[in-house]
Design a protein around this ligand. Structure first.
Ligand code: SF4
Length: 373
């Protein structure tokens, strides 16, 4: 079971309460960024490109608690930056555990062994370790030789101490599906709880703008990777979001489902784009022109996006919106093999050289073709 029953029940009952209350826009996971500083400089991440005076800033624990209380989401993901570099991260985590929030502390794990004594195992706390594939792929993605081995060592220590541990993996153009599947085997052997996946996405500040995936290639890659699954693979993805990545379903983006709060305030409209900030969550909801966003909006910045912060909440909402959605989720949970001969053939395809064609940012004919494919 990739997620404890208590967590599933908390999320399910929360969503049902929103439905009964008739709320159309509700948050599911708060993306809480308490700082932008990091001890890595990954090519696909734009967070550390901020000027020094911004990188020095930290959200205080009180600011974090205010955002969490105001938002009300049952799950809080803490990315960054590297949250373990925050001087009061232990106080932030303790405060959220006291509020019975399910926390995913997203870390590259370089500091995890050194700081693990600051935390106590809890069903509310999960270390979500950033690993972008097997040793060679991960070290290349994070531009740090030895990063994989340090992270795996820290995972072992966290598991030994009784913590919940998952992985989060971002897949960019050129990822080798066979190697990704071997990575799944490695992680299951380590004993982690579940694996979270997302396609690479564009930050306009990220140094490497060439290797973000277009929609057609995203679906093709995830079809190859996630079909014909091994029985022991456990994913930390909602089942319908997994099918969305594989091209079996379409959803509209619901960016309010995973709102972002950071040192600037509530980010409009989502984790990826920065079209201004609001001081309160209520202001974010009421002053953002949501129709400008999502693939169907025609906004070129959204054309190729399939990331979890836009679409996983849509998938969860679909589960609870109709009997069909609920039954589809049950089926996807119980019968997860996804036998697919074409996907097996895709695994045998020679790897094409990394292709710089698709970028999410500016409008281009190629990007729109990708979107429509
Ligand atoms: S489609 Fe992607 S980039 Fe656009 S609003 Fe949704 S999550 Fe943000």
């Amino acid at each position: 079971m990739p997620v404890p029953v208590s967590q599933m029940w908390t999320v399910a009952s929360y969503v049902l309460r929103q439905k009964v209350a008739g709320r159309k826009q509700y948050p599911l996971v708060l993306m809480l960024e308490p700082l932008f500083r990091c001890n890595l400089a990954c090519a696909g991440c734009g967070k550390i490109q901020y000027p020094a005076h911004i990188l020095k800033k930290d959200l205080t624990p009180e600011e974090c608690f205010r955002a969490v209380d105001e938002c009300g989401a049952p799950v809080v993901s803490i990315p960054g930056g590297e949250p373990l570099m925050h001087p009061q991260i232990d106080q932030i985590v303790a405060g959220l555990v006291a509020r019975k929030k399910y926390i995913y502390l997203c870390t590259n794990a370089l500091l995890l062994k050194e700081k693990i004594h600051l935390f106590a195992p809890s069903k509310y706390l999960t270390f979500s370790v950033h690993l972008d594939g097997q040793r060679e792929e991960h070290d290349l993605a994070v531009c740090r030789e030895g990063g994989y081995d340090i992270a795996v060592d820290a995972i072992k220590e966290a598991l030994r101490r009784g913590f919940r541990v998952t992985t989060n993996t971002t897949l960019f153009d050129g990822a080798n599906p066979k190697s990704v599947r071997a990575f799944f085997d490695d992680m299951m052997e380590l004993g982690i709880e579940g694996m979270m996946l997302s396609p690479g996405y564009s930050y306009d500040k990220a140094p490497d703008q060439k290797h973000f995936l277009g929609r057609a290639r995203t679906r093709r890659m995830f079809r190859a990777i996630l079909s014909n699954r091994k029985k022991n693979w456990r994913f930390n993805l909602s089942p319908l979001f997994s099918e969305f990545l594989m091209g079996k379903r379409t959803f509209a983006c619901t960016p309010w489902g995973m709102p972002t709060y950071n040192v600037f305030g509530w980010q409009k409209p989502c984790y990826l784009l920065q079209d201004g900030y609001a001081e309160t969550f209520a202001e974010l909801l009421s002053t953002t022109n949501w129709s400008n966003y999502g693939t169907e909006s025609g906004n070129p910045a959204c054309a190729n996006c399939m990331v979890h912060s836009g679409y996983e909440a849509s998938a969860v909402n679909a589960t609870f919106s109709s009997l069909g959605g609920f039954l589809a989720t049950v089926k996807a949970t119980l019968f997860t093999g996804y036998r697919d001969a074409e996907a097996l053939r895709l695994l045998e395809e020679p790897q094409a050289p990394v292709h710089p064609l698709v970028q999410i940012a500016p409008t281009s004919e190629s990007s729109l073709q990708e979107t429509q494919a």
